[in-house]
Design a protein around this ligand. Structure first.
Ligand code: MV4
Length: 449
Protein backbone atom coordinates (compact mmCIF):
# COMPACT_ATOMS: atom_id res chain seq x y z
CA UNK A 1 0.00 0.00 0.00
CA UNK A 2 1.06 3.55 -0.63
CA UNK A 3 1.39 5.73 2.46
CA UNK A 4 -1.68 6.35 4.60
CA UNK A 5 -3.65 9.52 3.80
CA UNK A 6 -5.56 9.66 7.06
CA UNK A 7 -5.14 7.91 10.42
CA UNK A 8 -7.55 7.59 13.34
CA UNK A 9 -5.91 7.90 16.75
CA UNK A 10 -7.87 5.79 19.25
CA UNK A 11 -6.28 7.18 22.38
CA UNK A 12 -5.87 10.25 24.58
CA UNK A 13 -3.44 12.43 26.49
CA UNK A 14 0.21 12.82 25.69
CA UNK A 15 0.39 9.69 23.51
CA UNK A 16 -2.46 10.85 21.25
CA UNK A 17 -0.52 14.08 20.78
CA UNK A 18 2.72 12.16 20.16
CA UNK A 19 1.06 10.12 17.40
CA UNK A 20 -0.60 13.20 15.90
CA UNK A 21 2.81 14.90 15.69
CA UNK A 22 4.39 11.97 13.84
CA UNK A 23 1.49 11.77 11.38
CA UNK A 24 1.55 15.51 10.78
CA UNK A 25 5.24 15.41 9.88
CA UNK A 26 4.54 12.54 7.47
CA UNK A 27 1.79 14.51 5.72
CA UNK A 28 -0.91 12.22 7.10
CA UNK A 29 -4.23 13.76 8.23
CA UNK A 30 -5.35 12.86 11.73
CA UNK A 31 -8.66 12.07 13.35
CA UNK A 32 -8.71 11.89 17.13
CA UNK A 33 -11.43 9.74 18.67
CA UNK A 34 -12.16 11.06 22.16
CA UNK A 35 -14.53 10.84 25.10
CA UNK A 36 -16.69 13.73 26.30
CA UNK A 37 -14.12 14.28 29.09
CA UNK A 38 -11.44 15.05 26.48
CA UNK A 39 -13.28 17.46 24.16
CA UNK A 40 -10.80 20.23 24.93
CA UNK A 41 -7.69 18.01 24.85
CA UNK A 42 -4.58 19.25 23.07
CA UNK A 43 -4.61 16.37 20.54
CA UNK A 44 -8.27 17.09 19.73
CA UNK A 45 -7.42 20.75 19.17
CA UNK A 46 -4.47 20.00 16.89
CA UNK A 47 -6.00 17.13 14.91
CA UNK A 48 -7.48 17.72 11.47
CA UNK A 49 -10.72 16.15 12.69
CA UNK A 50 -12.13 14.72 15.89
CA UNK A 51 -15.00 12.43 16.72
CA UNK A 52 -16.61 12.06 20.12
CA UNK A 53 -16.98 8.32 20.75
CA UNK A 54 -18.76 8.33 24.09
CA UNK A 55 -18.93 9.30 27.75
CA UNK A 56 -15.90 9.37 30.10
CA UNK A 57 -15.77 5.78 31.42
CA UNK A 58 -13.22 3.89 29.24
CA UNK A 59 -15.72 1.04 28.65
CA UNK A 60 -18.01 3.51 26.92
CA UNK A 61 -15.41 5.37 24.85
CA UNK A 62 -11.73 4.36 24.52
CA UNK A 63 -12.69 0.67 24.80
CA UNK A 64 -15.88 1.02 22.78
CA UNK A 65 -14.94 -0.91 19.64
CA UNK A 66 -18.16 -0.27 17.63
CA UNK A 67 -17.92 3.48 18.33
CA UNK A 68 -14.26 3.57 17.26
CA UNK A 69 -14.89 1.59 14.06
CA UNK A 70 -17.87 3.85 13.26
CA UNK A 71 -15.69 6.93 13.75
CA UNK A 72 -13.11 5.42 11.40
CA UNK A 73 -15.74 4.64 8.76
CA UNK A 74 -17.43 8.04 8.97
CA UNK A 75 -14.15 9.94 8.61
CA UNK A 76 -12.77 7.62 5.89
CA UNK A 77 -9.40 6.82 7.46
CA UNK A 78 -6.96 4.28 6.05
CA UNK A 79 -5.62 3.09 9.38
CA UNK A 80 -6.15 3.08 13.13
CA UNK A 81 -3.40 3.72 15.67
CA UNK A 82 -4.37 2.26 19.07
CA UNK A 83 -1.69 4.12 21.04
CA UNK A 84 -0.79 2.64 24.42
CA UNK A 85 -3.11 0.88 26.86
CA UNK A 86 -6.84 0.66 26.11
CA UNK A 87 -7.16 -1.50 22.93
CA UNK A 88 -3.46 -1.52 21.96
CA UNK A 89 -2.96 -5.17 22.90
CA UNK A 90 -6.45 -6.43 22.18
CA UNK A 91 -6.09 -9.09 19.46
CA UNK A 92 -9.82 -9.12 18.74
CA UNK A 93 -9.78 -5.35 18.15
CA UNK A 94 -6.84 -5.64 15.74
CA UNK A 95 -8.73 -8.36 13.91
CA UNK A 96 -11.93 -6.29 13.68
CA UNK A 97 -10.00 -3.24 12.45
CA UNK A 98 -8.65 -5.35 9.58
CA UNK A 99 -12.03 -7.01 8.90
CA UNK A 100 -13.53 -3.54 8.49
CA UNK A 101 -10.96 -2.66 5.84
CA UNK A 102 -8.61 -0.50 7.88
CA UNK A 103 -4.94 -1.10 8.55
CA UNK A 104 -4.08 -1.74 12.19
CA UNK A 105 -0.92 0.14 13.17
CA UNK A 106 0.58 -2.69 15.15
CA UNK A 107 1.48 -6.36 14.85
CA UNK A 108 -0.75 -9.12 13.47
CA UNK A 109 -3.67 -10.18 15.71
CA UNK A 110 -1.98 -13.61 15.97
CA UNK A 111 1.20 -12.16 17.48
CA UNK A 112 -0.79 -9.98 19.88
CA UNK A 113 -2.74 -13.06 20.98
CA UNK A 114 0.38 -15.19 21.54
CA UNK A 115 2.16 -12.53 23.59
CA UNK A 116 -0.98 -11.77 25.60
CA UNK A 117 -0.85 -15.33 26.90
CA UNK A 118 2.33 -15.43 28.99
CA UNK A 119 2.59 -19.22 28.74
CA UNK A 120 2.24 -19.14 24.96
CA UNK A 121 4.79 -16.29 24.82
CA UNK A 122 7.25 -18.29 26.89
CA UNK A 123 6.76 -21.39 24.73
CA UNK A 124 7.12 -19.38 21.51
CA UNK A 125 10.28 -17.66 22.70
CA UNK A 126 11.87 -20.89 23.95
CA UNK A 127 11.12 -22.39 20.53
CA UNK A 128 13.06 -19.61 18.78
CA UNK A 129 15.99 -19.96 21.13
CA UNK A 130 15.51 -17.15 23.64
CA UNK A 131 16.63 -17.88 27.22
CA UNK A 132 13.71 -17.82 29.68
CA UNK A 133 13.64 -18.12 33.47
CA UNK A 134 13.90 -21.82 34.44
CA UNK A 135 10.33 -23.00 34.94
CA UNK A 136 7.40 -25.05 33.77
CA UNK A 137 6.99 -26.36 30.27
CA UNK A 138 3.59 -24.82 29.70
CA UNK A 139 0.87 -24.53 32.31
CA UNK A 140 0.84 -26.05 35.79
CA UNK A 141 -2.53 -27.63 36.47
CA UNK A 142 -2.22 -29.31 39.85
CA UNK A 143 -0.48 -28.54 43.12
CA UNK A 144 1.32 -31.92 42.88
CA UNK A 145 2.72 -30.95 39.49
CA UNK A 146 3.80 -27.59 40.94
CA UNK A 147 5.51 -29.26 43.91
CA UNK A 148 7.45 -31.70 41.73
CA UNK A 149 8.59 -28.91 39.45
CA UNK A 150 9.54 -26.60 42.32
CA UNK A 151 11.62 -29.35 43.91
CA UNK A 152 13.45 -29.81 40.61
CA UNK A 153 14.01 -26.08 39.95
CA UNK A 154 14.79 -25.19 43.56
CA UNK A 155 13.08 -22.65 45.82
CA UNK A 156 12.09 -19.85 45.88
CA UNK A 157 9.62 -20.21 43.00
CA UNK A 158 7.00 -17.90 41.55
CA UNK A 159 3.50 -18.96 40.51
CA UNK A 160 2.33 -16.67 37.71
CA UNK A 161 -0.97 -16.13 35.91
CA UNK A 162 -0.91 -16.96 32.18
CA UNK A 163 -3.24 -14.03 31.54
CA UNK A 164 -1.12 -11.85 33.82
CA UNK A 165 1.34 -9.05 33.49
CA UNK A 166 1.34 -6.12 35.86
CA UNK A 167 2.00 -8.43 38.80
CA UNK A 168 -1.58 -9.62 39.31
CA UNK A 169 -1.94 -13.31 40.09
CA UNK A 170 1.74 -13.64 41.02
CA UNK A 171 2.74 -15.43 44.25
CA UNK A 172 6.17 -16.37 45.63
CA UNK A 173 6.72 -19.62 47.50
CA UNK A 174 9.91 -19.55 49.60
CA UNK A 175 9.80 -23.27 50.39
CA UNK A 176 7.75 -26.44 49.96
CA UNK A 177 5.57 -25.58 52.96
CA UNK A 178 4.31 -22.46 51.21
CA UNK A 179 3.80 -23.88 47.74
CA UNK A 180 0.20 -25.06 48.06
CA UNK A 181 -0.99 -21.70 49.40
CA UNK A 182 0.96 -19.75 46.72
CA UNK A 183 -0.54 -22.00 44.06
CA UNK A 184 -4.15 -21.59 45.19
CA UNK A 185 -3.75 -17.85 45.90
CA UNK A 186 -2.28 -17.19 42.46
CA UNK A 187 -5.06 -19.23 40.89
CA UNK A 188 -7.89 -17.41 42.64
CA UNK A 189 -6.32 -13.98 42.10
CA UNK A 190 -5.89 -14.78 38.38
CA UNK A 191 -9.45 -16.00 38.21
CA UNK A 192 -10.78 -12.82 39.81
CA UNK A 193 -8.61 -10.44 37.79
CA UNK A 194 -8.71 -12.09 34.35
CA UNK A 195 -11.48 -14.69 34.49
CA UNK A 196 -8.78 -17.26 33.77
CA UNK A 197 -7.09 -19.29 36.50
CA UNK A 198 -4.34 -20.75 34.30
CA UNK A 199 -0.93 -20.50 35.99
CA UNK A 200 2.67 -21.46 35.33
CA UNK A 201 5.82 -21.67 37.39
CA UNK A 202 9.22 -19.97 37.31
CA UNK A 203 12.26 -19.83 39.53
CA UNK A 204 11.91 -16.59 41.55
CA UNK A 205 14.74 -14.16 40.88
CA UNK A 206 15.22 -12.22 44.10
CA UNK A 207 16.87 -8.99 43.00
CA UNK A 208 16.92 -8.59 39.22
CA UNK A 209 16.92 -5.54 37.02
CA UNK A 210 14.18 -5.04 34.44
CA UNK A 211 15.83 -4.52 31.08
CA UNK A 212 13.84 -4.35 27.86
CA UNK A 213 14.89 -4.32 24.22
CA UNK A 214 13.15 -2.19 21.59
CA UNK A 215 12.75 -3.94 18.25
CA UNK A 216 11.23 -3.00 14.89
CA UNK A 217 10.33 -5.38 12.07
CA UNK A 218 9.07 -4.59 8.58
CA UNK A 219 6.98 -6.97 6.46
CA UNK A 220 9.97 -7.88 4.27
CA UNK A 221 12.06 -9.72 6.84
CA UNK A 222 14.19 -6.84 8.09
CA UNK A 223 14.42 -6.69 11.88
CA UNK A 224 16.48 -4.21 13.87
CA UNK A 225 16.87 -3.33 17.55
CA UNK A 226 17.23 0.09 19.13
CA UNK A 227 19.10 -1.04 22.19
CA UNK A 228 17.77 -1.55 25.69
CA UNK A 229 16.05 0.49 28.37
CA UNK A 230 16.53 -0.09 32.07
CA UNK A 231 13.07 0.15 33.67
CA UNK A 232 13.93 -1.15 37.12
CA UNK A 233 12.74 1.98 38.91
CA UNK A 234 9.10 1.17 39.53
CA UNK A 235 6.45 1.22 42.24
CA UNK A 236 3.68 -1.36 42.32
CA UNK A 237 4.48 -2.38 38.73
CA UNK A 238 4.23 1.22 37.52
CA UNK A 239 7.44 2.47 35.95
CA UNK A 240 8.66 5.75 37.40
CA UNK A 241 12.05 6.45 35.78
CA UNK A 242 13.55 4.75 32.72
CA UNK A 243 16.96 5.12 31.17
CA UNK A 244 19.10 4.00 28.27
CA UNK A 245 21.61 2.54 28.03
CA UNK A 246 21.30 0.38 31.15
CA UNK A 247 24.07 1.30 33.61
CA UNK A 248 24.41 -2.44 34.36
CA UNK A 249 25.45 -3.72 30.94
CA UNK A 250 28.78 -3.94 29.17
CA UNK A 251 29.03 -3.18 25.45
CA UNK A 252 29.43 -6.89 24.71
CA UNK A 253 26.29 -7.81 26.71
CA UNK A 254 24.37 -5.06 24.92
CA UNK A 255 25.39 -6.35 21.50
CA UNK A 256 24.57 -9.97 22.43
CA UNK A 257 21.19 -9.06 23.90
CA UNK A 258 20.25 -7.00 20.85
CA UNK A 259 21.28 -9.77 18.47
CA UNK A 260 19.36 -12.35 20.49
CA UNK A 261 16.20 -10.19 20.44
CA UNK A 262 16.44 -9.51 16.69
CA UNK A 263 17.03 -13.15 15.88
CA UNK A 264 14.05 -14.41 17.88
CA UNK A 265 11.70 -11.74 16.50
CA UNK A 266 12.74 -12.56 12.95
CA UNK A 267 12.04 -16.25 13.54
CA UNK A 268 8.60 -15.36 14.90
CA UNK A 269 7.74 -13.49 11.71
CA UNK A 270 6.70 -10.48 13.79
CA UNK A 271 5.91 -7.08 12.25
CA UNK A 272 5.89 -3.63 13.81
CA UNK A 273 7.45 -2.20 16.96
CA UNK A 274 7.76 -4.43 19.99
CA UNK A 275 9.55 -4.71 23.28
CA UNK A 276 11.10 -7.82 24.77
CA UNK A 277 11.22 -7.70 28.55
CA UNK A 278 14.05 -9.43 30.36
CA UNK A 279 15.07 -9.89 33.94
CA UNK A 280 18.80 -9.47 34.41
CA UNK A 281 20.55 -10.97 37.39
CA UNK A 282 24.13 -12.15 38.02
CA UNK A 283 25.21 -11.50 34.44
CA UNK A 284 22.40 -13.51 32.80
CA UNK A 285 19.26 -12.47 30.89
CA UNK A 286 15.93 -14.20 31.10
CA UNK A 287 13.02 -13.33 28.78
CA UNK A 288 9.74 -12.83 30.67
CA UNK A 289 7.23 -11.05 28.43
CA UNK A 290 6.83 -9.24 25.12
CA UNK A 291 4.84 -6.04 24.65
CA UNK A 292 3.33 -5.80 21.19
CA UNK A 293 2.85 -2.03 21.20
CA UNK A 294 4.65 1.27 21.42
CA UNK A 295 5.71 1.96 25.01
CA UNK A 296 5.39 5.00 27.24
CA UNK A 297 9.17 5.15 27.60
CA UNK A 298 9.93 5.05 23.84
CA UNK A 299 11.29 8.65 23.88
CA UNK A 300 14.34 7.46 25.84
CA UNK A 301 15.28 5.32 22.84
CA UNK A 302 14.43 8.10 20.39
CA UNK A 303 16.75 10.48 22.24
CA UNK A 304 19.56 7.94 22.07
CA UNK A 305 19.19 7.03 18.40
CA UNK A 306 17.60 10.13 16.84
CA UNK A 307 14.99 7.89 15.20
CA UNK A 308 11.26 8.65 15.34
CA UNK A 309 9.82 5.29 16.41
CA UNK A 310 6.21 6.29 15.76
CA UNK A 311 7.09 7.34 12.23
CA UNK A 312 8.82 4.01 11.70
CA UNK A 313 5.86 2.17 13.20
CA UNK A 314 3.44 3.90 10.82
CA UNK A 315 5.77 3.33 7.86
CA UNK A 316 6.10 -0.43 8.40
CA UNK A 317 2.31 -0.67 8.87
CA UNK A 318 1.89 0.54 5.27
CA UNK A 319 4.11 -2.33 4.12
CA UNK A 320 6.99 -0.07 3.22
CA UNK A 321 10.42 -1.71 3.64
CA UNK A 322 12.55 -0.32 6.47
CA UNK A 323 15.26 0.71 4.00
CA UNK A 324 18.13 0.45 6.49
CA UNK A 325 19.75 -2.18 8.65
CA UNK A 326 21.27 -2.47 12.11
CA UNK A 327 24.49 -0.76 10.96
CA UNK A 328 22.56 2.47 10.32
CA UNK A 329 21.43 2.72 13.94
CA UNK A 330 23.83 4.60 16.20
CA UNK A 331 23.64 5.06 19.96
CA UNK A 332 24.76 8.38 21.32
CA UNK A 333 25.25 9.29 24.96
CA UNK A 334 22.58 8.72 27.59
CA UNK A 335 18.87 9.46 28.11
CA UNK A 336 16.63 9.37 31.19
CA UNK A 337 12.85 9.81 31.48
CA UNK A 338 10.87 10.90 34.53
CA UNK A 339 7.16 10.13 34.46
CA UNK A 340 5.24 12.96 36.10
CA UNK A 341 1.85 11.81 37.41
CA UNK A 342 -1.03 13.89 38.75
CA UNK A 343 -0.79 12.17 42.15
CA UNK A 344 0.17 13.04 45.67
CA UNK A 345 3.96 12.52 45.76
CA UNK A 346 3.75 10.67 49.11
CA UNK A 347 0.52 8.67 49.01
CA UNK A 348 0.22 8.38 45.22
CA UNK A 349 -3.47 9.24 45.48
CA UNK A 350 -4.69 10.58 42.11
CA UNK A 351 -5.02 14.36 41.97
CA UNK A 352 -7.29 15.32 39.07
CA UNK A 353 -8.31 18.93 38.50
CA UNK A 354 -7.52 22.13 36.64
CA UNK A 355 -3.97 23.03 35.63
CA UNK A 356 -3.75 26.66 36.74
CA UNK A 357 -0.25 27.15 35.44
CA UNK A 358 2.06 25.11 33.25
CA UNK A 359 5.57 25.85 32.15
CA UNK A 360 7.73 23.26 30.38
CA UNK A 361 11.52 23.20 30.56
CA UNK A 362 13.55 23.52 27.37
CA UNK A 363 17.04 23.89 26.03
CA UNK A 364 19.52 21.49 24.48
CA UNK A 365 18.88 17.85 25.22
CA UNK A 366 15.51 18.38 26.92
CA UNK A 367 12.24 16.89 25.67
CA UNK A 368 8.83 17.10 27.30
CA UNK A 369 6.01 14.86 26.07
CA UNK A 370 2.84 16.28 27.53
CA UNK A 371 -0.60 17.43 26.41
CA UNK A 372 -0.84 20.00 29.23
CA UNK A 373 -1.63 23.68 28.72
CA UNK A 374 -2.66 26.51 31.03
CA UNK A 375 -6.23 25.95 32.14
CA UNK A 376 -6.59 22.36 30.91
CA UNK A 377 -8.37 19.79 33.06
CA UNK A 378 -7.04 16.42 34.19
CA UNK A 379 -10.10 14.15 34.22
CA UNK A 380 -10.41 11.61 37.05
CA UNK A 381 -11.27 8.69 34.76
CA UNK A 382 -7.92 7.79 33.28
CA UNK A 383 -4.24 7.07 33.94
CA UNK A 384 -2.58 9.85 35.91
CA UNK A 385 0.46 10.31 33.66
CA UNK A 386 0.51 13.98 32.61
CA UNK A 387 4.07 14.67 31.47
CA UNK A 388 7.27 12.89 30.60
CA UNK A 389 10.48 14.82 31.04
CA UNK A 390 13.31 13.26 29.07
CA UNK A 391 16.86 14.55 28.98
CA UNK A 392 19.82 13.54 26.88
CA UNK A 393 23.52 14.05 27.57
CA UNK A 394 26.78 12.84 26.15
CA UNK A 395 27.35 10.87 29.37
CA UNK A 396 25.06 9.60 32.14
CA UNK A 397 26.49 12.27 34.44
CA UNK A 398 25.69 15.07 31.98
CA UNK A 399 22.25 13.62 31.38
CA UNK A 400 21.53 13.64 35.13
CA UNK A 401 22.80 17.20 35.60
CA UNK A 402 20.53 18.27 32.75
CA UNK A 403 17.59 16.33 34.20
CA UNK A 404 18.02 18.06 37.58
CA UNK A 405 18.07 21.43 35.80
CA UNK A 406 15.02 20.55 33.65
CA UNK A 407 12.97 19.41 36.66
CA UNK A 408 13.79 22.70 38.40
CA UNK A 409 12.31 24.59 35.45
CA UNK A 410 9.11 22.54 35.24
CA UNK A 411 6.07 24.27 36.74
CA UNK A 412 2.73 22.49 37.14
CA UNK A 413 0.23 24.24 39.42
CA UNK A 414 -3.34 23.32 40.31
CA UNK A 415 -2.91 19.60 40.96
CA UNK A 416 -0.43 17.60 43.04
CA UNK A 417 2.26 15.89 41.01
CA UNK A 418 5.06 13.40 41.55
CA UNK A 419 7.63 16.01 40.48
CA UNK A 420 9.06 16.35 44.04
CA UNK A 421 9.61 12.58 44.18
CA UNK A 422 11.73 12.70 41.02
CA UNK A 423 13.76 15.62 42.33
CA UNK A 424 14.58 13.60 45.46
CA UNK A 425 15.21 10.25 43.74
CA UNK A 426 17.68 11.55 41.17
CA UNK A 427 19.75 13.12 43.98
CA UNK A 428 20.23 9.77 45.72
CA UNK A 429 23.82 8.50 45.50
CA UNK A 430 22.68 4.96 44.63
CA UNK A 431 20.56 6.22 41.77
CA UNK A 432 23.37 8.51 40.64
CA UNK A 433 25.67 5.47 40.64
CA UNK A 434 23.15 3.45 38.60
CA UNK A 435 23.13 0.92 41.40
CA UNK A 436 19.52 -0.30 41.71
CA UNK A 437 17.25 -3.33 41.19
CA UNK A 438 13.45 -3.63 40.73
CA UNK A 439 13.09 -3.35 44.54
CA UNK A 440 15.16 -0.18 45.05
CA UNK A 441 12.42 2.46 44.69
CA UNK A 442 9.91 0.75 46.99
CA UNK A 443 12.54 0.25 49.68
CA UNK A 444 13.69 3.87 49.26
CA UNK A 445 10.07 5.05 49.67
CA UNK A 446 9.75 3.04 52.88
CA UNK A 447 12.86 4.75 54.24
CA UNK A 448 11.41 8.25 53.65
CA UNK A 449 9.95 9.32 57.05
C1 MV4 B 1 9.48 -12.21 37.96
C2 MV4 B 1 10.21 -11.71 39.06
C3 MV4 B 1 11.15 -12.53 39.63
N1 MV4 B 1 11.34 -13.79 39.14
N2 MV4 B 1 9.71 -13.45 37.51
C4 MV4 B 1 6.36 -8.63 37.70
C5 MV4 B 1 5.26 -8.40 36.72
C6 MV4 B 1 5.55 -9.23 35.55
N3 MV4 B 1 5.66 -8.41 34.39
C7 MV4 B 1 6.81 -9.99 35.84
N4 MV4 B 1 7.21 -9.61 37.17
C8 MV4 B 1 8.23 -10.24 37.80
N5 MV4 B 1 8.53 -11.48 37.35
C9 MV4 B 1 10.62 -14.21 38.11
N6 MV4 B 1 10.83 -15.46 37.66
C10 MV4 B 1 9.93 -10.41 39.50
C11 MV4 B 1 8.95 -9.68 38.87
C12 MV4 B 1 8.76 -8.33 39.36
C13 MV4 B 1 9.08 -7.22 38.56
C14 MV4 B 1 9.52 -7.36 37.25
C15 MV4 B 1 9.82 -6.26 36.47
C16 MV4 B 1 9.68 -4.98 37.00
C17 MV4 B 1 9.26 -4.82 38.29
C18 MV4 B 1 8.94 -5.93 39.09
C19 MV4 B 1 8.51 -5.76 40.39
C20 MV4 B 1 8.22 -6.85 41.17
C21 MV4 B 1 8.32 -8.13 40.65
Amino acid sequence: MAGFRKVLIANRGEIALRIHRACREMGISTVVAHSTADSDAMAVRLADESVCIGPPPPRDSYLNIPAILSAAAITGVDAIHPGIGFLAENARFAEMVEEHGFAFIGPSPEHIRIMGDKVAARTAMLAVGLPCVPGSDGTVDTVEQAADLAAAIGYPVLVKAAAGGGGKGMKVADDADHLASAFSLARSEASAAFGDNTVYLEKYLEAPRHIEVQILADTHGTVVHFGERDCSLQRRHQKVIEEAPSPALTEAQRRDLGALAVDSVRRLGYRGVGTLEFLYQDGAFYFIEMNTRLQVEHPVTEMLTGIDLVREQVRVATGEPLGYGQDAIGFYGHAIECRINAEDPRTFTPSPGRIDSYHAPGGLGVRVDSALYDGCRIPPFYDSLIAKVITHGTSRTDCLLRLRRALEELVIEGVSTTLPLHVDVIREPEFAAGDYTIHWLESWLERQD
